[in-house]
Design a protein around this ligand. Structure first.
Ligand code: BES
Ligand code: MN
Ligand code: ZN
Length: 494
């Protein structure tokens, strides 16, 4: 898809679709329409349909080959980045459903000031590109088709360079997110730890100057002493992979951070096997890992000035004669012992090792993403990620980045009083709490036991937003969401 520019109020010859955001201003709308067409039936239809430019209201008509859509933006002062994304997502869906090849976009009604161009361009690019995403590789009969070849954006010559720059930034944000979606949507029979490692290899090969990759096989993981990770892997026939990506900026790094992703490529529950419904979507239990890879796939393009480590302990959680048993005790990289109360609480056990490994990289900050608990969905529903942090500033920065990206996130407590709920009578800690409530909180407290003094740490429980059981909004279709890629890119770049 190619980005081109055109002058305002000129319909490019042969354009399939002209998309015209309009303000809630009857006089301006009437004037605009009269400029575009003299067709009386269209003019009277505007009145009949009571189109006033209210937010997300739509009016469409035909000018020879071109379909024109007026898209109501309501009161301009109230439009924000997420509104622009949603409107562009609507446009994306229209393009898919109507097999549109060429589009002209007239965004003048969306401008408030010159400084808005950056945000506007990035939002349009994100919303449109993310809405055009469609995972249909396993469908013989494709329901939707992306035929879009060219977009003309009608803009003053002066504004074009800035628009293009931030359009591209939005494109990177969307591309990283869509890679994460692809990885999540891929069935677990394909998306094995080996496949995940191959994806990391591809990313490292494409950006070999900026990104280094280390993949640890089982023997190396044994040698290092990641017995917790090994324990979870024990029931599976698929070889595990421990993935360590490292991005180095050209100039001296201002800071060093690690992003850790839960990488369970399928969670059957293990011997504490899940029943029916509970297992259906468990190919998505590598959603955190997908976010890490999506992020790394565009880091070299975005060029943040900090060193970034991406860490994934990838394996399956399966039942078998060799599987971890309830009551077993495993020892992590730091020498801490974990009693396995339930083999289905496997994510925190693998994270005990990947968080320990991350801290060995001498980073100042660790952020982990994990589809960790069903309890998180009970607490916050399917759209919000639960954020936990041991440092207020880190929490504040992540919430701000999430606000900008339109990804929903809510700060949760790490109450000292609940810490004892994870107590074990035979080991240092137990992987399930002896309480019914607050399951996402007790899981976060479990993880915090593996964070050393001096490390700033944040944990995102993304059990809800990693996977959409139905389309979430105009630019988030059913399936893998790629949650966190855009927020973390935003965070790393500031
Ligand atoms: N991967 C699941 C959590 C999950 C559930 C993610 C639903 C997305 C949707 C996790 O490994 C798990 O099974 N957690 C258990 C923990 C319990 C045994 C303490 C849960 O939430 O039931
Ligand atoms: Mn589980
Ligand atoms: Zn799991």
């Amino acid at each position: 898809m190619e980005l081109k520019f055109c002058k305002s109020n000129t319909i490019e010859q042969g354009t399939d679709l002209l998309f015209y955001p309009v303000l809630n201003d009857q006089i301006k709308i009437n004037l605009l329409l009269k400029n575009l067409t003299t067709d009386q039936s269209v003019l009277s239809r505007l009145d009949k349909e009571k189109f006033t430019g209210k937010k997300a209201q739509i009016f469409s008509f035909q000018i020879s080959e071109t379909t024109v859509i007026f898209y109501g933006t309501g009161n301009e002062q109230k439009m924000n980045q997420e509104d622009w994304r949603q409107a562009s997502g609507f446009l994306g869906n229209y393009i898919l459903n109507n097999k549109i090849k060429s589009l002209a976009l007239e965004p003048s009604a969306w401008f408030k000031s010159a400084t808005e161009i950056e945000k506007l361009a990035q939002s349009i690019s994100e919303g449109l590109n993310l809405a055009l995403y469609n995972f249909d590789k396993y469908q013989n009969k494709k329901e939707k088709e992306n035929n879009l070849e060219v977009i003309f954006v009608c803009l003053d010559a002066k504004k074009r360079n800035l628009f293009k720059k931030f359009w591209e930034r939005g494109l990177f944000f969307a591309q990283g997110t869509m890679l994460a979606r692809d990885l999540i949507n891929e069935p677990a029979g394909v998306m094995t730890p080996t496949f995940l490692a191959k994806q990391a290899e591809e990313i490292a090969n494409k950006n070999h100057k900026e990104i280094k990759l280390k993949i640890l096989e089982k023997e190396a993981v044994e040698k290092l002493g990641m017995q917790a990770f090994l324990g979870v892997d024990r029931g599976s026939e698929e070889p595990l992979k421990f993935i360590h990506l490292k991005y180095l900026p050209k100039q001296k790094a201002k800071d060093k951070v690690a992003i850790v992703g839960k990488g369970i490529t399928f969670d059957s529950g293990g011997l504490n096997i899940k029943v029916g419904e509970g297992m259906t979507d468990m190919k998505m239990d590598m959603g955190g890992a997908a976010t890490v890879l999506g992020l790394f796939s565009v880091l070299a393009e975005l060029k943040p000035k900090i060193e970034v480590h991406g860490i994934i302990a990838a394996c399956e959680n399966m039942p078998s004669g060799s599987a971890l048993k309830p009551g077993d005790v495993v020892t992590n990289l730091q020498g801490k012992t974990i009693e396995i109360g339930n083999t289905d609480a496997e994510g925190r056990v693998t994270l005990a090792d990947s968080l320990a490994y991350a801290q060995k990289q001498k980073v100042s900050t660790v952020v982990d993403l994990a589809t960790l608990t069903g309890a998180c969905i009970v607490a916050l529903g399917s759209e919000y990620a639960a954020l936990y942090a041991n440092q207020d500033l880190l929490a504040k920065d992540l919430l701000k980045a999430a606000e900008t990206s339109g990804e929903k996130m809510w700060l949760m407590p790490l109450p000292e009083e609940y810490r004892e709920l994870n107590k074990s009578s035979i080991a240092d800690i137990r992987n399930i709490p002896n309480s019914r409530g607050g399951g996402s909180i007790t899981a976060a407290l479990f993880l915090s036991e593996f964070i050393e003094a001096g490390t700033a740490w944040a944990h995102l429980d993304i059990a809800g937003p990693a996977y959409a059981e139905k389309a979430l909004n105009t630019y988030t279709p059913i399936g893998g969401v790629g949650y966190g890629v855009r927020t973390l890119l935003e965070w790393l770049d500031n």
